[in-house]
Design a protein around this ligand. Structure first.
Ligand code: SF4
Ligand code: SF4
Length: 212
């Protein structure tokens, strides 16, 4: 075993003092130390947003919100997993929205609290994916759903933005709504529509593989 493979760092994760190689993520380090945590652990690839952690690094006073599967363990690091209550649910069916003229009014019926945004920026500061969450809420509230939805493309639904909002807005669900209605009410790509129409009319020739 060489020196590099023997190297370990000391950290505190969820109150447990652990030792682990610095090549491991926070979650892997916890497992490595013999703590088989499964709560708040999901895809392990930075996509699902389950493993939200508060991180304080050695000699720093700032506490950051990061993902436990993406953050490598460091010497002197303090980590605490965030466990949130179940998110607020906004019930709606896209098929109940008559047409795109009705969208803006329906949005404010479904998300009445969105109009109360204080523009405090707390949601944006907390977002581990660097999304301008506050702007997304503002755009959706103004009926600019396509622009709002584009801001939330990287959202992993970790709920951090929702948990920190004093107005109890669920910005991630606002973003999801914006993306859904954009897809539901807007035309599909013209080349795709054209190709499907060709298939419907029987005009599309499919080359058969002569070897089969
Ligand atoms: S945390 Fe809530 S009130 Fe503050 S900017 Fe975000 S959505 Fe608005
Ligand atoms: S927008 Fe909210 S739910 Fe989505 S990644 Fe950012 S903090 Fe998480």
């Amino acid at each position: 075993m060489n020196n590099e493979s023997q190297q370990v760092v000391n950290a505190v994760i969820d109150g447990k003092a652990i030792q682990a190689p610095p090549s491991l993520s926070v979650i892997q380090a916890l497992w490595h130390a013999g703590y088989p945590r499964v709560k708040g652990v999901g895809c392990l690839e930075g996509v699902c947003g389950s493993c939200r952690v508060l991180v304080r690094r050695k000699d720093e006073s700032a506490v950051n919100i990061e993902l436990g599967c993406q953050t490598l363990v460091e010497e002197g690091m303090q980590v605490m997993f965030l466990v949130f209550p179940n998110p607020t649910h906004h019930h709606y069916r896209l098929s109940h929205i008559q047409n795109s003229w009705d969208l803006h009014a329906q949005f404010h019926r479904i998300f009445p609290e969105a109009a109360n945004c204080r523009h405090c920026g707390g949601c944006t500061r907390g977002c581990p994916k660097g999304i301008d969450v506050e702007k997304g809420v503002e755009l959706a509230s103004a009926g600019r759903f396509k622009e709002a939805g584009e801001l939330f493309v990287e959202c992993i639904m970790c709920n951090i933005c929702m948990t920190g909002c004093a107005e109890e807005i669920a910005p991630n669900h606002v973003g999801l709504f914006a993306r859904r209605v954009t897809a539901y009410f807007h035309s599909r790509p013209s080349n795709l529509i054209h190709r499907l129409e060709q298939i419907r009319k029987g005009e599309l020739r499919i080359e058969e593989d002569k070897d089969e």
